[in-house]
Design a protein around this ligand. Sequence first.
Ligand code: NAX
Length: 333
Amino acid sequence: PMKPINVVVTGAAGQIAYSLLYQLAAGTVFGPDQPINLHLLDIPVMMKVLEGVVMELEDLALPLLREIVPTADPAVAFKDVAAAFLVGAMPRKEGMERKDLLAANVEIFKVQGEALDKYAKKDVKILVVGNPANTNALICSHYAPSIPKQNFSAMTRLDQNRAQAALAARLNVQVDQVKKVIIWGNHSSTQYPDAAHATVTVQGSTKSVPAALNQDNWLQTTFVETIQKRGAAVIAARKMSSAMSAAKAAGDHMRDWWMGTKPGEYVSMAVFSDGSYGIPENIVFSFPVTIEPHGQYKIVQGLPISEFARSKLTVTANELEEERAEAYKVLQK
Ligand code: NAX
């Protein structure tokens, strides 16, 4: 029998965690044979709510779920963790500017980076979901120098899933017949959802999505805008931000990182740029990656970048450089 691993979820009393925790306990992320201990971190005022979440986790009666550790103490939460879902963040409140939001979150991810550095396993896989996710991952890594940079990532999988679903709907095929959609850059409205390299399979024959659509214009306009603004559309309808789909995407991201990507496919993850595709180094940028089972991710190389794509990549890279500059300004105060 396999030994349990420790998995931490921050923001554990929040709405994304509420859907994510079930997936972890059910074995859909780390596999049906991997028992887990769940470490649940939230802030002191949320401890009562967290108690309720713990009760529900117990009542799932799932055999893979061993210990449950609710806490407001990062030292306890990050102890010997093999995987970390950093979901908790300061939400944007009315009248708050992007800068204020960044400042509040930089502080949170500094504290959690330091705790990861001190208490987590050195091969811990870290997924940042809390916004601004890419820059939070950068800050977190900065304060965890003993953990390799390649172990930090931020989530753009929800954007990828949204793009895949939108293409499938447009092409009138089942969602799993669309593959290799890419999200480039920041998890923000500057992200570039790119279907130029995507494929679609209809009745056993596979072709490129642009060829199947025969309409480049839609891919460069409505498609891009719809995916960039999908989060806002969900908020407008639900009065709350995406949670079920965000949690599912977080599970997808970690599962593929842990177990590997499917042969011939790639997925998008925001990771430290190594200069691939001319993207500046030392920002956390979403790239297409492949992963060997229990291995490191590799950024897919050699995809042709059109002039249109290049202009989109530049915009989102510039935004990430600006966020980095702002974050370091806050940290130096
Ligand atoms: P909720 O407000 O429901 O939950 C957040 C939880 O985090 C709260 O319980 C809060 O007390 C806790 N928290 C705050 N500061 C903390 C700290 N220092 N340590 C531990 N816990 C802390 O938000 P939810 O809807 O769950 O969203 C969480 C984050 O995900 C937000 O930042 C949101 O913007 C971000 N998202 C990111 C997405 C992505 O694709 N990368 C998509 C979905 C989502 O919008």
